[in-house]
Structures are given as C-alpha cells and as structure tokens.
Design a protein around this ligand. Sequence first.
Ligand SMILES: NC(=O)c1ccc[n+]([C@@H]2O[C@H](COP(=O)([O-])OP(=O)(O)OC[C@H]3O[C@@H](n4cnc5c(N)ncnc54)[C@H](OP(=O)(O)O)[C@@H]3O)[C@@H](O)[C@H]2O)c1
Length: 256
Amino acid sequence: MKIVVIGGTGLIGSRLVNKLRAQGHEVMAASPNTGVNTLTGEGLAEALKGASVVVDVSNSPNWEDSAVMNFFVTSTSNLLKEEAAAGVKHHVALSVVGTQRLAESGYFRAKIAQEKLIKESKIPYTIVQATQFFEFVKGLADISMVGDKVHLPHAYFQPMSADDVATLVGKFAVGPPVKGTVEIGGPAKFHIDELVRGRLAQLGDKREVIADPNALYSGAKIDDRTLVPDKGTTLGETRWESWVKQQAQTTKSSAA
Ligand SMILES: NC(=O)c1ccc[n+]([C@@H]2O[C@H](COP(=O)([O-])OP(=O)(O)OC[C@H]3O[C@@H](n4cnc5c(N)ncnc54)[C@H](OP(=O)(O)O)[C@@H]3O)[C@@H](O)[C@H]2O)c1
C-alpha cells in the first residue's frame, strides 16, 4: 500500500514515516524539502500517483491569522483535488482536540476551515484530533509572552508525546476511514501554567510564569474543558515524567 505523508519531514511526520516503513508500507515523505508543495501544487500530482492513503500532518510556517488561514485552505483544497484525480481512498488529517471550541483564535479558525473542507469532500476521511504535544510545552511559553513574562491560563490540558501521536495516527492511516473525527490524548491532565513553569525550570529557562485568569490560549479564552478530550478517547502510553527523563538523557548523551 502506498501512503503519502504530507509534512513527512516534520515533528510528527518524520516519526510517522519511520513507523509506517517499519510495518512494510511504501511511504513517501512529501514536503517542500522533498520537492512537494501543497500550497503551490508543485510536485503534488506526481507524488500522489498510485497512492491509496494520504496523511496530512503538515503545518503552516507562519501563524499570523491570514497566513495560516491561507495555508490550510489553499493546501487542503489543492490536496483534496489532486487526491480525487489520483483515486486516493483515504484522507487522514491531524488536527487538535477542542478545535471546534477555539474559534476565537486565528490559528484555530484555520484548522476549523481545514476540517470543513475535508468533511465536505468526496474522499473518505479520518480526522485525528490530538492534544498538545509534550514537545510543544516550551513553545506554549514562547507564544504566551506579555512583556518579559509568560501569561498562561490555569486551565487543564492533557498533553501527549509526539511519538505516541505518530503511533496512533499510523494506526488510523492503515485502518478503514472512520468518516468522522476521533480524539487522541495523553495519559494525564495537568494545569497548563504549572506544567510550563516546571518545564522552563528543568530547562534552566528563567522566565517567570504567571497564572493569569485573563490569559488566552493561542488568542482564545479557554476553561477546564476546552483542551481536554472526551472520555473514551484513545490515550498514548508515555507519561510526562518518563518523557522528561528521556529528554534529559538524550541531551546528556548528545553533549558527551
Ligand atoms: N503543536 C501541537 O501541540 C499540536 C497538537 C495537536 C495537533 N497539532 C497539529 O499537528 C500538525 C503537525 O504539526 P508538527 O508540529 O509536526 O509540524 P512541524 O514539525 O512544524 O512540521 C510541519 C511540516 O509541514 C511541512 N510543510 C510546510 N509547508 C508545506 C507546504 N507548503 N507543503 C507541504 N508541506 C509543508 C513542513 O515541511 P518542510 O520540512 O519541508 O518545511 C514539515 O514537514 C499540525 O497540523 C498541527 O495543527 C499540533
């Protein structure tokens, strides 16, 4: 089975490509770095020739409201059109748990538009909504700066490792289309401000983290429910504490 992974060079994509290849599938990592650009259409028709499944784990390089909207609308439209021409049987896309509750955010309005195009297309699909990646916890501080301090909500989230995201997306990619949305999440809930504060301390990052009731997540007001998946969600196995330990060991051995 030929599987094309759009964004196959990224954080999730590179892990997904390796896992699917290890299962014996013919996998193409498609991205601007490998000559395939879903925004311009360059290399797309050629890449999709003979493909049964397309997994879209790409992301916009620019998160400014209109740039991110243009990225997800144009690239998803180009992709779905070329998939129809190539006879692709299953379109899998990675989205975010709670996307439908985050319309105040420019980034999430673009993800809502991406999901809508997929639902309206004729290609059988599976939308996999994942929670925030462990790897993104420091990034949350970077997008939440007010002056020189990090302002974050005290609300719950339920993050997961990129490796578990790739494993679970891979399972859906080789299965039948769900023709709907599924959620995947991490094994435990945390308060956002507390996890980010702890992570910055582990990294020796001196920025102060303020628990701010008015702080926004990616431009949207959230509560304890917004980012947390429903009960019955498929959960990744990796716990935050073991991931942190593993990261510290990797950093130590690459410094040695
Ligand atoms: N961050 C989170 O916590 C989180 C949580 C849940 C879901 N998600 C979703 O997960 C997805 C993947 O995120 P990620 O962090 O793995 O992304 P990433 O590491 O930033 O990788 C982005 C990928 O998109 C590719 N790309 C960029 N422009 C492209 C274009 N014009 N045509 C084709 N490919 C293009 C990049 O290719 P090059 O390497 O060639 O530039 C790269 O392979 C996103 O859709 C995001 O919404 C994220």
